[in-house]
Design a protein around this ligand. Structure first.
Ligand code: HEM
Length: 493
């Protein structure tokens, strides 16, 4: 195992820019852009979760907000999921990249002006108009809601998203590619490159192709994108964070660079085929379904390897994980990554699909993945970045409260939806009527709605923690470079 100490920051604030030295090179962190994306992330997380809460209420009180196009269940559900993907996670990842890329690459991101263009396009030309158009529900093909999961925003806005993905690749991959470390790229850089490039290519496939080739073939492409969005955009960027934050906070390199590379390549080899497992028992050719099931099993092994590598890196640091809030957020996300992935590998099998397909089990699984794994890691990233930036107020107590509220709410939601799914699947397989299964679901749907309260309070508490300074902690002491910690560098295991 080898590792290099994280760059000692000679740092000073120059207006909005924070400079530090990395191996003799001075890299500039665009603090303003980082803060803007982080605040946009938390604001859109709260708004998107409110959409989710309204959608949950409508399942138990269908007449709630009934009668207007903007407040139909389908429109609000799409606003919830697109807001979570692009508003919350997209902005949180961008905030982290502004902090981490200068440190990983030893040089600043491509351009500050490009950064403000990206921020404006991402939020004001894609996300906000997306929500407005979902609410307006217009008939024009270019402006209409698309019935495609994870890309419900209209086609006209998909062009903006693709442009944003291209700008992100230019902004963050260029500095990394221009100056690899002497030992090559650190695993976080690999994940950033892989995630941004793959998504740039996969997004048009999932957004445009199903419109051109409808029917089962279009559905197959849509299925591929559903999982590419989660597995090859959200997962690589979340893993880039985990591989960065864990070693820096404990002050020791990851256990094995070799294993981290195996994990990276296996993800990008096996994951692209996974998506068709959404269409088991459909008219899509059986061989394609079987390939997706096999790929899903392989992914289970890949995740075990990745998570073991990360958790072994933490051996001996249990007490620190308990004390250190950003580290605990990331650690929890990693543990939930293992749980949700093993669940996913099992539920891709035809035997389990027979019982859970189309039930709330799947919605529980989705929340475990996106809220449990991805959001805990992303919240940990924002907490880490805030903790290490002098100009950011950071209240560990409020963030700690947020951790417990979100974790509690998540566990209630997931256990509740999993149980609801088993009840629904059992009733459907027994030949019971649809309405019988709806009646049986009612109490579970109430509980899921109630679970929104701690989750929303948790998000609000986290945001308050980003705006409030803890008295005992001075900005100067927080801004110490993680000198005890290594710069995440390739180690040889
Ligand atoms: C306030 C808490 C939340 C509530 C009450 C809530 C509720 C809901 C509801 C009712 C649905 C539609 C379920 C259906 O189709 O039957 C949904 C879908 C979804 N939500 Fe949430 N949600 C919340 C927060 C979140 C968060 C924070 C995330 C991710 C970070 C998230 C990710 C998702 C995903 C991925 C889906 C799509 C599920 C699928 O199609 O498999 N939700 N949510």
């Amino acid at each position: 195992m080898t590792g290099t100490a994280e760059p000692s920051k000679v740092g000073h604030e120059e207006g909005s820019q924070l400079s530090f030295a990395a191996g003799g090179h001075v890299a500039t962190v665009e603090v303003d852009l980082m803060r803007a994306h982080a605040f946009a992330a938390l604001a859109t997380l709260l708004i998107s979760s409110l959409f989710g809460t309204i959608v949950a209420i409508k399942l138990v009180q269908p007449e709630f907000l009934a009668g207007a196009a903007w407040s139909t269940w389908g429109s609000l559900r799409a606003s919830h999921t697109q807001g979570i993907l692009f508003g919350w996670l997209g902005n949180a990842f961008l905030a982290f990249l502004y902090f981490a890329i200068p440190r990983l690459a030893g040089r600043p991101v491509m351009s500050r002006r490009l950064g403000w263009w990206l921020f404006t396009l991402w939020n004001s030309a894609m996300l906000l108009p997306g929500w407005v158009l979902l609410a307006a529900n217009l008939p024009q093909p270019w402006l209409a809601i698309k019935p495609l999961e994870w890309t419900e925003f209209p086609l006209a806005l998909n062009a903006v998203t693709e442009l944003c993905l291209l700008l992100s690749a230019v902004q963050f991959i260029t500095p990394v590619a221009r100056k690899p470390n002497d030992d090559g790229f650190y695993v976080s850089s690999w994940y950033v490159i892989g995630g941004l490039v793959f998504t740039l290519l996969a997004f048009p496939m999932g957004s445009v192709l199903p419109q051109v080739v409808p029917g089962a073939i279009g559905a197959a492409f849509s299925g591929l994108w559903i999982h590419d969005a989660v597995g090859l955009y959200v997962t690589p960027l979340a893993l880039a964070i985990a591989y960065y934050v864990l070693p820096v906070r404990i002050g020791r390199p990851i256990y094995s660079h070799f294993l981290s590379m195996i994990g990276f390549w296996l993800l990008f080899l096996a994951y692209p085929l996974n998506g068709t497992h959404h269409y088991v028992y459909t008219s899509i050719p059986m061989d394609t379904q079987r390939a997706a099931i096999a790929a899903s099993m392989i992914m289970g092994f890949d995740v075990i390897l990745v998570v073991l590598n990360l958790l072994i890196s933490l051996r001996g640091y249990g007490a620190l994980v308990w004390r250190d809030v950003p580290l605990r957020f990331v650690w929890t996300g990693i543990v939930l990554y293992l749980v949700v992935s093993l669940q996913g590998s099992l539920q891709a099998s035809m035997a389990l699909q027979r019982h859970v397909h189309f039930t709330d089990w799947v919605i529980g699984h989705s929340h475990l993945a996106m809220l449990g794994f991805a959001s805990f890691v992303a919240l940990g990233a924002v907490a880490h970045v805030w903790d290490r930036t002098a100009t950011c107020r950071c209240h560990a107590g409020l963030m700690n409260l947020a951790y417990w509220l979100i974790l509690g709410g998540l566990l209630v939601m997931v256990v509740d939806l999993t149980a609801a799914g088993l009840v629904q699947g059992g009733l459907w397989n027994s030949g019971a009527s649809w309405m019988e299964s709806v009646r049986a679901s009612n109490s579970y749907w109430w509980l899921r709605t109630a679970s929104a309260l701690p989750i929303m309070l948790g998000f609000a508490s986290f945001l308050a923690g980003m705006l409030t300074q803890e008295q005992s902690q001075s900005a100067a002491s927080r801004d110490q470079p993680p000198s005890r910690g290594p710069l995440p560098q390739p180690g040889n295991g």
